[in-house]
Design a protein around this ligand. Structure first.
Ligand SMILES: NC(=O)c1ccc[n+]([C@@H]2O[C@H](COP(=O)([O-])OP(=O)(O)OC[C@H]3O[C@@H](n4cnc5c(N)ncnc54)[C@H](O)[C@@H]3O)[C@@H](O)[C@H]2O)c1
Length: 293
């Protein structure tokens, strides 16, 4: 029997979780938004309010639809509040131990038929599935950032993912008005397997003094026609997420070409994680971003 998804639980109310909540609610689904920090749920809801208001002001969404969408998103203070969901999407920090802990404590409170997905950028779906009680109903649903704008969603099947889970996930993505692709379960899948080594190389280019932040970003915007420079993009993704993806590629493929640049490591150690902490390869604390090197 086809699995119909009408109620979605989202774990992690950061930039991805809040974006996923918004697109689900805009598509008419009920959303329960969870985070381990209550303040992050409130911050996520503020981001959604601002994003919906922007869509209304641009005429992309009408006021009533925006109000209705917002009403469908409710905070879920604990995992117990996610018990009646048809699908859970985990969008917490890109750290395998964190995600495994979430799945271990989450699953006992869910209905047996509930689907569980992860928005991981790079971690093995098969390994994460093994931390749940339902590997056959577990899948990678990898949204792109910013979720309300980006069309693509990568679907990644673990070794045990059943066809029904894949088909229901594909139908869910279509309901959101997005396009899905299928990737095999290899480190970082398709998009980040290609994108993150390019960003890491841009950081090496900076580290070795080949160019400044501004030269590297301008070179790739005007010379390769990229919509934003690789260092600007790294700040946008989050440098902690970039480092985690490179570590997964390096460990998973055992090839030195994926070695994370020491400068990326240093920025993360400093807590300079990009836009979300207001400092990364650019400093965002003033009216215009200023390169930090
Ligand atoms: N940033 C991107 O461009 C991007 C794109 C695609 C996928 N992703 C993936 O999405 C996920 C989230 O990334 P993000 O950029 O939104 O990160 P983020 O740092 O903005 O948000 C992560 C959120 O997870 C919460 N969290 C951490 N541990 C938790 C727990 N145990 N229970 C509940 N919540 C918890 C944090 O409090 C935080 O609010 C990661 O797996 C990342 O790889 C990120």
């Amino acid at each position: 029997m086809a699995i119909d998804i009408t109620r979605v639980g989202i774990i992690g109310a950061g930039q991805m979780g809040s974006g996923i909540a918004q697109v689900c609610a805009a598509a008419g689904l009920d959303v329960h938004l969870n985070d381990r920090e209550a303040a992050r749920i409130e911050a996520g809801l503020d981001v959604i309010d601002a994003s919906l208001a922007k869509l209304v002001s641009k005429g992309t969404m009408d006021e009533t639809a925006s109000r209705e969408a917002r009403k469908r998103i409710v905070p879920a203070r604990t995992f117990a509040d996610l018990g009646d969901c048809d699908l859970i999407i985990e969008a917490a920090t890109e750290n395998e131990a964190t995600k495994r802990e979430i799945f271990t404590s989450l699953c006992s409170g869910l209905r047996p038929e509930t689907l569980v997905a992860t928005n991981t950028s790079s971690i093995s779906i098969t390994r994460l599935a093994a931390a749940t009680d339902r590997p056959e109903r577990f899948i990678g649903i990898h949204f792109m950032n910013p979720v309300p704008v980006m069309q693509l969603v990568e679907l990644i099947r673990g070794i045990a993912t059943e066809d029904a889970t894949y088909e229901a996930s594909k139908a869910f993505i279509a309901k959101l008005g997005k396009i899905s692709t299928m990737s095999e379960d290899f480190p970082a899948f398709i998009v980040n397997r290609i994108l993150l080594p390019m960003i890491n190389e841009a950081i090496y280019t900076l580290y070795e003094g080949v160019g400044s932040v501004e030269s590297i970003d301008t070179a790739m915007r005007l010379g390769a026609n990229h919509p934003m420079g690789p260092l600007q993009l790294a700040d946008f993704i989050g440098l902690d997420t970039c480092l985690s993806v490179m570590q997964v590629l390096y460990d998973g493929l055992a090839d030195s070409k994926y070695r994370p640049c020491p400068l990326l490591v240093k920025y993360v150690e400093a807590g300079w994680l990009g836009r979300k902490t207001k400092r990364g390869f650019y400093d965002y604390r003033g009216p215009t971003p200023i390169p930090t090197r």
